[in-house]
Design a protein around this ligand. Structure first.
Ligand SMILES: Cc1ncc(COP(=O)(O)O)c(C=O)c1O
Length: 402
């Protein structure tokens, strides 16, 4: 069996993507134009949302979504601590406050109970993150939002294509934000999309994505466009190029297949780790269709003589790339320093962080690659297993609690 390096991620780019980009390069139109418009239309049709706004990152989508719903200085926005910094940093762009909350230890999604406790009269919105591609518990989340008049900006950077109780992600939150970063289910290198049912929010996001210039600013150099434009607001430069959209249009057609292939790998991992007591597999709640952007195992540290970092090193020695999603925000120097957060403030995320490893999962992985990852994880778990006594587990848990 080959021992070649298995990277954590490799994008699936075929000749058809390459051709599409080359055609666009030859077309004489590189920036936002008909390809970006077409990508928006096809994405909206695929998701089943009336409006989709193409942007140059998922972060831009989150930023413009908060702008569209009117977040302003002094507001509070509820954000899970178990996420990438983009989810919270966009709140800070407004001089508003990201209020962190803990996760559910199984799904790693935001815990709705903690959302309720974090609501204050200043809370304007929340940004639930569909961790790893599994939609959060939206029945509860939307109920809390209705009760307290909060906007729900869904961070679905991982959740294409996913659904919750038969409804496609991108169709039930106030605004849903997707990412097409290189590791995501479909990629444009860098890119993002915001979907919403609200035409005013869609118009606002579109306008703010191109300097706050009046409608269809991108058309001003086309045959039917006009040189005249008006600036209505100090906007941003967040528009998606046609070059990126050319890639996205081809990737979108493959989205279902990509997801099926990720799902197949998740099933193989589930089977491969089912009888390994040191490995906790991802928890999937009933009623969700998971996008399997990530496959995150949790180590049962009581059963091992090594910690998570050594486990990752051991996998590296086997030529297997991994990652960690995420270092919870409250453990980063900026969030600690600025808001005074301590590890004990979010016990579930703090505990889980010590155990998590994201394994490679992407369509380019062969079955042999998947088998190699399973074999390596099993061997390391076996090699470093701790002879397990109930007594030591109980006393360990007690000392952890103190
Ligand atoms: C949960 C989450 N939200 C937002 C983003 C930001 O997306 P982008 O890199 O497209 O700006 C990421 C990035 O990977 C992410 O993981």
């Amino acid at each position: 069996m080959s021992n070649a390096f298995i990277p954590f991620h490799v994008p699936d780019i075929g000749e058809d993507e390459i051709q599409s980009v080359v055609e666009t390069l030859r077309s004489g139109w590189l920036t936002t134009g008909i390809k970006a418009k077409k990508f928006e239309e096809e994405f909206a049709a695929y998701i089943g949302s009336p409006h989709a706004v193409a942007l140059n990152s998922g972060t831009a989508a989150l930023h413009l979504a908060l702008d569209a719903v009117g977040v302003k200085e002094g507001d509070e926005v509820i954000v899970p601590t178990m996420t990438f910094t983009a989810t919270a940093e966009v709140v800070l762009y407004f001089k508003a406050r990201p209020v962190l909350v803990d996760c559910q230890p199984g799904t790693l999604n935001i815990d709705p109970e903690h959302i309720t406790r974090a609501v204050t009269p200043k809370t304007k919105a929340m940004i639930p993150v569909d961790f790893g591609g599994q939609p959060c518990d939206y029945d509860l989340i939307l109920e809390i939002a209705r009760k307290h008049d909060l906007k729900v900006i869904e961070d679905a950077a991982h959740a294409l294509p996913a659904s919750y109780k038969g409804r496609r992600v991108g169709t039930f939150s106030d605004i849903t934000c997707f990412s097409f970063y290189a590791t995501k289910t479909i990629t444009t290198g860098e890119g993002g999309m915001a979907t919403t049912e609200n035409p005013e929010w869609a118009d606002r996001m579109r306008m703010m994505s191109l300097h706050g210039i009046s409608k269809d600013a991108w058309k001003r150099y086309t045959a039917e466009g006009s040189w005249y434009y008006e600036v209505h607001s100090p906007g941003y430069k967040y528009n998606l190029t046609d070059l990126a959209a050319a890639l996205g249009l081809v990737q979108l057609v493959k989205c279902e297949r990509f997801c099926d292939e990720r799902k197949r790998i998740a099933e193989l991992y589930d089977q491969g780790f089912g009888d390994v007591p040191a490995i906790r597999r991802p928890v999937v709640r009933p009623g969700v269709q998971h996008a399997w952007h990530l496959y995150v195992i949790q180590l049962e540290l009581d059963r091992l003589r090594i910690g998570r970092n050594e486990f990752i090193e051991a996998l590296k020695n086997e030529n297997i790339g991994t990652s960690v999603h995420f270092i919870p925000l409250h453990l980063h120097p900026f969030y600690k320093k600025t808001f005074g957060y301590k590890p004990g403030d979010f016990p579930a995320a703090t505990d889980v962080f010590e155990r998590i490893i994201s394994l490679p999962i992407y369509p380019r992985m062969s079955e042999a690659d998947v088998e190699r990852v399973i074999g390596a994880v099993r061997n390391i778990a076996q090699q470093y297993r701790r002879s397990f006594s109930k007594q030591s587990a109980v006393s360990r848990k007690q000392s952890q609690r103190q």
